[in-house]
Design a protein around this ligand. Structure first.
Ligand code: FES
Ligand code: FE2
Length: 313
């Protein structure tokens, strides 16, 4: 994991009155809302005997542990120990870890790292802040996030893995443009048929895939259809994948829902059939036989290596 970054951990729509327990960033987290609607994220372990706070409830602006009723405020400080009575002073040591949390773009974000949280959340300006004309879904995939980040840059699997939705698409990378924008890597890749068959038409197509550190992908499915995908690590073997489809068209919400359902169920399943067969765990240095068409992936791994802590994946 790349430290000192904001990570999207939950779809805002999933979070209503009840606390939710999730696994992200190698931790058990509980996400809950205060009475004023503010999202709060704590480590999902009570400091008393270790029960999962996510099984508790929200009371008086605090999350209440389901086991003996200890109450923790949004800062993580314990405000009440019922078995000692409300007059009793609470030890300041009884504190659950509270993560810096933000809510924006329809997502709950957590700051992972010891540095001061950055002002800006990672995002693509082109998407805007609204979520009208979109459809979204999310699930936990059984692959390390590095395998997914690599596949974001890999366009030349389309003529094979996604042959059914790209009939006639050529296999040769004829144009390959990678732009290093610091915290962003923009790529534009054109595929075409091989040799004498290179004559445009269905065989030739250009794909735009932009990646924002640490883990966001913007994929232009067409000029008005975009996919935002976020791949947040769960642990060494799993990744939370959030996908939102944008359709800047009349009846955009309906179009986004139709395209999204199709893409997520059909196209993404074609990927998963292959990803299931790859080695488990993080991509190791030198494991993939990268070549000149993999500059995007190589750059992302370089940036990750510069930013991550030694020994972390
Ligand atoms: S374990 Fe949480 S109150 Fe006892
Ligand atoms: Fe794919």
């Amino acid at each position: 994991m790349i430290p000192d970054q904001w990570y999207a951990v939950l779809d805002s729509r999933s979070l209503a009155g009840k606390p939710i327990g999730i696994e992200r960033l190698g931790e058990l987290l509980v996400v809950w809302r205060t009475d004023s609607g503010e999202a709060v994220v704590h480590r999902d372990r009570c400091v008393h005997k270790g029960a999962r706070l996510s099984l508790g409830r929200v009371r008086d602006g605090c999350i209440e542990c389901p086991y003996h009723g200890l109450r923790f405020d949004p800062s993580g400080a314990c405000r009440l120990v019922p078995f000692l009575g409300s007059e009793h002073e609470v030890s300041p040591d009884w504190k659950v870890e509270a993560y810096p949390t933000r809510e924006a773009f329809g997502l709950v974000w957590v700051w992972y790292g010891d540095a001061e949280p950055a002002d800006e959340l990672p995002w693509f300006d082109a998407l805007g802040a609204g979520v009208g004309r979109t459809w979204q879904t999310h699930s936990v995939w059984p692959y390390h996030y590095t395998r997914l980040m690599d596949s974001n840059f890999d366009v030349y699997h389309f003529p094979f893995v996604h042959r059914s939705v790209n009939p006639g698409l050529g296999p040769v990378v004829v144009e390959h443009e990678v732009r290093d924008l610091g915290d962003r890597i923009d790529t534009r890749v054109t595929l075409d048929a091989d040799g004498v068959d290179r004559r445009g038409g269905r065989a030739r197509k250009t794909f735009v895939m932009n990646v924002r550190l640490p883990n966001l992908l913007y994929f232009e499915m067409s000029r008005r259809l975009w996919l935002l995908a976020i791949m947040t690590p769960v642990d060494e073997d799993r990744t939370w994948v959030f996908a939102r489809y944008y359709a800047n068209l009349p009846f955009g919400r309906l179009v986004a829902s139709l395209v999204g359902r199709f893409e997520y169920r059909i196209v993404q399943n074609q990927d998963r059939r292959i990803l299931d067969t790859l080695p488990k765990g993080p991509v190791q240095q030198g494991e993939y036989a990268y070549g000149e068409v993999d500059t995007g992936s190589i750059l992302w791994f370089q940036k990750r290596d510069e930013l991550r802590m030694p020994g972390q994946s």
